[in-house]
Write a protein that binds this ligand. Structure first.
Ligand SMILES: [Zn+2]
Length: 166
C-alpha cells in the first residue's frame, strides 16, 4: 500500500479507538499520533517512504542491511520494537501508558494492509519465509484504492462494535 493509504487508515483507526476510550484530548492526540507513526514505520526500509523522509539516517542504515519487506514487515520485528518500548518505559524515560497499544495497533494495520498486495507479508517469519498475499493487488490501482476503503470500513466497524478494544 502507499504511504497515504497507510497513514490515513492508521490515523482513522487510531483516532476512532482513542475517542471511544479516552476523555482527555491530549491522550486522544497522543494515542492517534503514535498509532499513525506506527502505521508507516515498517516502510522505513523504502528510500522514498514518508517515514524514511522523516528519519533519513535511520532509514539509510536500515536499507544498508535490509531489503524492502524483509524483517520490518514481520510480527517478529513488531515484537522487537515492543520489547524496545518496554525497555525504554521501564528505564527512567517516561512514555504514556497507551504507547504500546497505539504502536501495536498502527503496526498491525500496516501489516494487514500490505497482506492484500501482491508482495504480501511474511507473517510466520522466520519459521516460514513465503509471503502471504490475500488479493495480489497493486497499491496504486483502482482495486488498491477500493481495498483501502473497504479496510477503513472494516477497521472502524471493528472498533465501533467493540471487537477491537483498547
Ligand atoms: Zn509496507
Amino acid at each position: 500500500m502507499t504511504g497515504t493509504q497507510h497513514i490515513s487508515l492508521g490515523f482513522t483507526m487510531g483516532i476512532t479507538a482513542a475517542c471511544l476510550t479516552f476523555n482527555e484530548p491530549s491522550t486522544v492526540a497522543g494515542f492517534t499520533a503514535i498509532c499513525t507513526v506506527a502505521s508507516i514505520f515498517p516502510d522505513i526500509d523504502v528510500k522514498n517512504s514518508k517515514i524514511a523522509q522523516k528519519l533519513k539516517i535511520s532509514s539509510f542504515i536500515t536499507r544498508l542491511f535490509l531489503k524492502h519487506r524483509s524483517i520490518t514487515h514481520t510480527p517478529l520485528f513488531l515484537g522487537l520494537t515492543c520489547w524496545l518500548i518496554h525497555i525504554i518505559s521501564t528505564k527512567s524515560i517516561l512514555l504514556p501508558d497507551y504507547t504500546m497499544k497505539a504502536w501495536i495497533m498502527g503496526y498491525m494495520i500496516h501489516l494487514i494492509q500490505d497482506t492484500f498486495t501482491s508482495g504480501g507479508i511474511k507473517w510466520l517469519f522466520p519459521l516460514w519465509l513465503k509471503p502471504i498475499s490475500l488479493l495480489k493487488i497493486k497499491s496504486k490501482s483502482f482495486l488498491g484504492y477500493i481495498t483501502s476503503f473497504v479496510l477503513y470500513g472494516i477497521g472502524v466497524a471493528l472498533i465501533l462494535t467493540n471487537i477491537i478494544r483498547l
